[in-house]
Design a protein around this ligand. Structure first.
Ligand code: ZN
Length: 179
């Protein structure tokens, strides 16, 4: 999909006048060269490096790779966290345990990305993102919603959690509409 972006305007709205003190500017800006790289750039992750030597949240990704979406719960005050933590945001305890989250939920809100997708996701446009209330826990998670064109989504629609291999050694999760 191509989108016509508004042309650059002068501050006065008048036609630009030649000005020897400033170099001429190309309009529109030439496209930047894209270098080949990983399937997804290291953006939009909790932690771009998922291994145990890189993050104390490595267990989250290990469990995700095993098909389980999980998070931390505080042993002191029983607070369930999202995203997973290394210390409880309420009592600062580091006595946390890992717990699996429900795999099912319902769409609380959604939107469509029609332009301006994050780097590495340009080819996926249009796609849906949204907030999902997981069943049985007081957590509302943000993520991609797959399995149905965005125009056919609806608030309250049932979805399930789908861990997936990003393709470059990383794992993440998304939601898929339940048929
Ligand atoms: Zn706590």
């Amino acid at each position: 999909m191509t989108v016509d972006l508004p042309r650059r305007r002068t501050s006065t709205g008048d036609a630009p006048t030649p000005d020897a003190s400033s170099p001429p500017r190309a309009d529109p800006a030439p496209p930047t060269e894209r270098k080949s790289g990983p399937a997804r750039p290291f953006l939009l992750d909790f932690v771009p490096l998922e291994s145990e030597k890189d993050t104390r949240l490595a267990r989250f990704f290990e469990r995700l790779a095993a098909g389980r979406l999980s998070t931390t719960r505080c042993a002191r005050d029983d607070l369930l966290h999202w995203p997973p933590r290394t210390a409880c945001p309420r009592c600062h305890s580091e006595e946390l345990s890992w717990v699996d989250l429900p795999e099912s939920g319902r769409i609380y809100a959604f939107s469509a990305v029609l332009a301006g997708a994050p780097m590495g996701m340009e080819a996926d446009v249009p796609f849906a993102v949204g907030l999902v209330d997981l069943d049985g826990v007081p957590l509302r998670l943000f993520g991609r919603i797959e399995g149905r064109p965005w125009a056919d989504l609806a608030i309250g629609l049932a979805v399930r959690v789908e861990p997936y291999d990003v393709g470059d050694g990383r794992w993440f999760y998304r939601f898929r509409v339940v048929d």
